[in-house]
Ligand binder design. Structure first.
Ligand code: SF4
Length: 403
């Protein structure tokens, strides 16, 4: 990612959402949100991988009930990008999401309104070093603020400042803020006002923008207007569509504004976890070095295990996953070859050339006989050796249940 925009960016503090810096001169990041039931661990992870592949730097998942939060304990260690738990109404779910290990919380000041509860969440986040987004939404404003100020920029900004006040009381300021509205003018004016009053990083979005193309136009109108004024540190398109379109739109907007550049091959890699059968970092670095020499317009995944890797990265054009001293080469999630571990990167490069030159279908047609069966056997053996919970998510779930 590089920044080449010519206009000055608003000065803001910096918060860290896991490994992604937001504000303080960091590149503007792209966010999206899963639409799966968070309690569906595999389905949610598959969507997170698809979003990461499409350019999402940070992904938000709803933490709408205990099953969702417990699932997050399993999802977090396997996610390729930092995860934000989206919490409404129930502050205990925010505390439980912190137990689950999320990198950030999003709280809606319009529906968690009791000061003691807000302070309890902020205190816990402070102690854990986890940031919170104050996510004001014009559609769910605190009723007394709306009664006093109407649906105006002042109302949205006052809602954010009231929440900030509770946070300040417990010495918590690891905060980013959004003041979203579905009306573009209201949204733009609200962010402009907020940007004058605070120096926290701002998360931009037009809420409930609707399906494309109108949703894309509305979101772009609001987000681009502000980015061109130097306002905004992280963005989300809220589309009534596959969220992959949100991530792609975010990327494309940043590229159009000169705020981000991308190279030819898009390499994604799992963050590794207790299941990893190989040193993912060194294989990813080796792959990165190999692909830098080439100019192949493909998305390539390097995954630490064959148990989950091909499924999690099935939206990538191709990838390699490690298991039992072998590498499983897959195209769109389907295993096409099984190679010795020390040939993983070489195999990845040769299959990437096939995909880039002839396409996915042609590559699938060249799948080696017996590869899928050999892969299935490796996978079954690993599941039987390791069990289901190598990430010790059960311990986190027990912690969540003690609350
Ligand atoms: S090692 Fe396997 S389960 Fe763990 S993050 Fe990588 S692909 Fe996912």
């Amino acid at each position: 990612m590089t920044t080449s925009a010519s206009y000055a960016r608003r000065h803001s503090r910096q918060v860290l959402v896991g490994s992604v810096a937001v504000g303080g001169g960091a590149p503007v990041s792209v966010q999206s949100m899963t639409t799966t039931k968070t309690s569906d661990v595999e389905g949610t992870l598959a969507q997170i991988y698809a979003l990461a592949g499409a350019g999402a730097d940070i992904v938000r998942c709803t933490a709408n009930d205990l099953a969702a939060v417990e699932a997050l304990a399993h999802i977090v260690p396997r996610s390729p990008v930092p995860l934000v738990a989206d919490v409404h109404f129930q502050y205990r779910l925010a505390l439980a999401a912190l137990d689950a290990g999320v990198a950030c919380l999003r709280l809606n000041p319009g529906n968690i309104r009791k000061p003691d509860q807000i302070r309890a969440v902020a205190s816990e986040a402070r102690d854990r070093g986890v940031p919170i987004r104050i996510g004001v939404n014009g559609g769910s404003l605190d009723p007394d603020i709306e009664a006093r100020y109407g649906m105006t920029p002042t109302a949205l900004v006052e809602s954010a400042k009231r929440e900030l006040g509770y946070f300040t009381e417990v010495g918590f300021d690891d905060v980013k803020i959004s003041v979203k509205a579905s009306d573009v003018t209201l949204m733009v004016e609200s962010y402009r006002m907020l940007a004058e009053e605070v120096d926290f990083p701002l998360h931009l979005g037009v809420t409930e923008a609707g399906p494309p193309p109108a949703g894309l136009v509305k979101s772009t109108a609001g987000i681009a207007t502000l980015l061109n004024e130097g306002i905004g540190d992280t963005i989300r398109y809220s589309l009534t569509a596959d969220p992959v379109q949100e991530a792609k739109a975010g990327q494309q907007l940043l590229q159009a504004l000169g705020l981000r550049e991308r190279s030819g091959t898009d390499l994604v890699a799992c963050p590794s976890c207790g299941r990893a059968e190989v040193d993912v970092i060194s294989v990813a670095e080796e792959a990165q070095a190999a692909f830098e020499q080439l100019d192949l317009a493909v998305q390539v995944a390097v995954m630490g295990c064959v148990v989950n890797g091909p499924g999690e990265a099935r939206s990538a054009d191709l990838g390699i996953a490690a298991g039992r001293s072998r590498g499983h080469l897959f195209v769109k999630g389907q295993v096409v070859s099984v190679v010795p571990e020390d040939e993983m990167v070489a195999a990845l490069v040769s299959w990437a050339k096939i995909v880039a030159a002839d396409g996915v279908e042609a590559a699938l047609a060249r799948a080696e006989v017996g590869a899928a069966a050999a892969a299935a056997a490796d996978r079954a053996a690993l599941v039987s050796e390791q069990g289901d919970d190598v990430n010790e998510a059960a311990e986190r779930v027990a912690l969540i249940r003690r609350r």
